[in-house]
Design a protein around this ligand. Structure first.
Ligand SMILES: [Zn+2]
Length: 217
């Protein structure tokens, strides 16, 4: 399957899992073997996305092919691909529960085994950053480099997730919203119980190895 089709089709998962409203969320994927990535066109609704109207950019975020302009988040995606060569897919959403944690600037603590499996610990908060230059991309990379988590809550903004390929990054975005919601609900009636670091390490190691979903880092 072409990378254009993979990226176009994955946007349906953002809709299916209620991670997006209107056009505010996007998926991108690195073109295998090239310094290029495919990303959603700006302002096109999810049900109109096709492999043909996807946009191709170079790693500086310049348009290489496409009739539409690329997503307004393209600079952030490009910065991640430039600085994290192991990353093959990037996703951005304003999913509700995760963005509520981001609005408070609060990391999601690792209090569920599913979080230990997928994220290897807390889901961290990245800095407040305005769109328009590299500051969002820098914030993502500074937070996720050397961190097990494949998702970052950009303060006052939303989620960026990364993966070895676009599907892996979409999965991280879906799981991030799921645990953000569950931990939020748990907080309503008390203080969630922590998981010992040893156990987090064991869960993460087992999940990443037994299921063959190795961390991209
Ligand atoms: Zn955004």
């Amino acid at each position: 399957m072409s990378i254009r089709k993979i990226v176009a089709d994955l946007h349906a998962e953002l809709v299916r899992y209620n991670l997006v409203v209107w056009t505010a969320g996007n998926v991108s994927g690195r073109v295998p073997g090239e310094d290029l990535f495919v990303i959603k066109p700006s302002g096109v609704s999810y049900d109109e996305l096709t492999p043909e109207n996807m946009v191709v950019c170079d790693l500086d975020g310049n348009l290489v092919a496409g009739e539409h302009s690329p997503s307004s988040d393209t600079a952030a995606h490009a910065y991640v691909y430039r600085n994290m060569p192991e990353v093959g897919g990037v996703v951005h959403t304003h999913s509700t529960y995760a963005s509520a944690w981001a609005a408070r600037g609060e990391a999601i603590p690792c209090v569920l085994t599913a979080m230990a499996d997928e994220f290897g610990g807390e889901i961290p908060v990245g800095p407040f950053a305005l769109i328009g230059d590299d500051s969002i991309g820098q914030g993502i990379v500074e937070t996720l480099k050397g961190h097990r988590s494949k998702a970052v809550l950009m303060q006052n903004h939303g989620v960026f997730s990364i993966g070895k390929d676009p599907r892996d990054a979409v999965k991280a975005a879906v799981m991030c919203e799921d645990v953000a919601r569950t931990v939020h609900v748990a907080r309503q009636l008390g203080q969630p119980l922590p998981i010992a670091q040893d156990d987090i390490d064991r869960l993460y190691d087992r999940y990443q190895n037994v299921y063959g979903q190795r961390s991209p880092r």
